[in-house]
Design a protein around this ligand. Structure first.
Ligand code: SF4
Length: 380
């Protein structure tokens, strides 16, 4: 079965945030047009015949760092992969506050983009500066309003918690502001201090201090309680949506299904092979110019790895791992493979078997990583 989802990576940003370890470059003086041309070429090679495309996600970096014309080109190129563009049910573009005007929004709408994911992170002015964001809290709210008035009715925002010096009051304020926007989806992640970021340097120098784990856990619980009360479904550990607005594209990942990934540093999963593209722009463009796929590495996923992934990705979702789907994919039940782990985690009340699926309990959601690790250890 061919993949029906495409991820496209736009690795340019107007400003580099202090915590970010994505493949991204400060846009000034970058070969943006050459990149877009190379990206279009990569898509044509990988998808020589159109496919029954269902979801598209253009992320980054920041797609909205591109001009309207450049972004339109990328959108047209990815749509050209679809056998029937009108059958694409979800088409998301990531947006940074302050980087869209009515013209860019109208272009996206007219081209079939029907979901925006806006990187807000926090509504606290001082914290926005502390983490290196380029926009103000007001700009974030204005961007949401602009998107709504341009006709978008499927808007997600990203929030971060566990930020240095963030208090519970700051976090509650951000949640309240988010819920006041009339949006349909919230993604919320705790800060991870990643290598090769400004935050990592500062952390090593003792200039920033991560929040204690129990404070982070309390922040997560606060979020879950508030957004659930407001009518959002916690359909995945870090994602909350009103009815009918769950991210279909991201479910491709959590259901461990295949997808194309295009662009510098993008990852994909096709025909049982996970691959990663070259990250640096000159390498990516050079590979395409010389007629070859810009691959950095490929990995044939083994049957064991597939089963592990099926479990720890699927358990992130509230619906959990479907017994029927697992058996359909692997011709064995999850009990045939993971019985010891399942019994142990059920005993600890971290996992629950509904009869048709396995999913995390409330306690399990708070200790997700502990649960996921167990499934990885089975084959060590
Ligand atoms: S968080 Fe987003 S906007 Fe900030 S540097 Fe990373 S990709 Fe760019």
């Amino acid at each position: 079965m061919t993949a029906s989802s495409i991820y496209v990576h736009i690795p340019f940003c107007e400003q580099i945030c202090f915590y970010c370890d994505f493949n991204k470059f400060f846009i000034k003086n970058q070969p943006v047009d050459e990149y877009i041309e190379a990206l279009g070429q990569e898509m044509k090679w990988a998808v020589p015949h159109t496919i029954p495309l269902k979801t598209i996600y253009i992320g980054g970096g920041t797609p909205t760092a591109l001009t309207t014309k450049q972004l339109k080109q990328v959108i047209e190129d990815v749509k050209a992969c679809a056998a029937d563009p009108s059958a694409v049910t979800e088409f998301t573009v990531e947006v940074n506050p302050g980087e869209v005007d009515r013209e860019k929004l109208d272009m996206m709408k007219a081209c079939g983009v029907n979901r925006l994911s806006i990187g807000v992170q926090t509504f606290h002015e001082k914290l926005l500066k502390r983490i290196g964001r380029a926009h103000s809290s007001q700009e974030a709210k204005d961007t949401v309003e602009q998107a709504k008035s341009a006709g978008f009715d499927n808007i997600s925002i990203d929030l971060m918690f566990g930020l240095p010096e963030q208090t519970m009051e700051d976090w509650q304020h951000s949640i309240t502001e988010a819920l006041g926007l009339g949006i349909q989806h919230i993604s919320a992640y705790s800060l991870k201090i990643e290598e090769k970021t400004m935050f990592h340097n500062w952390y090593r120098q003792g200039k920033i201090h991560p929040l204690p784990e129990d404070t982070e856990a309390a922040m997560y619980e606060e979020l879950e309680a508030k957004v659930t009360e407001a009518g959002f479904n916690p359909y995945e550990i870090s994602n909350f949506a009103v009815d009918g607005r769950e991210s279909e594209h991201n479910k491709t990942y959590w259901r461990n299904e295949e997808y194309f990934g295009f662009g510098a540093g993008a990852h994909g999963y096709i025909d049982g092979i996970r691959y990663a593209n070259l990250g640096p722009l000159p390498h990516y463009i050079k590979a395409i110019d010389s007629g070859s796929f810009p691959l950095r590495e490929t990995h044939q996923v083994t049957a064991k790895e597939k089963m592990e992934e099926e479990m720890f990705m699927g358990l992130r979702m509230k619906e959990g791992v479907s017994s029927k789907r697992f058996t359909g994919k692997f011709q064995q039940s999850y009990y045939d493979i993971f019985s010891e782990v399942i019994y142990e985690l059920t005993e600890k009340e971290l996992l629950h078997d509904s009869g048709t699926s396995l999913h995390l309990t409330e306690k399990g959601r708070l200790l997700g990583n502990e649960v996921f690790e167990k499934f990885l250890l089975v084959y060590e």
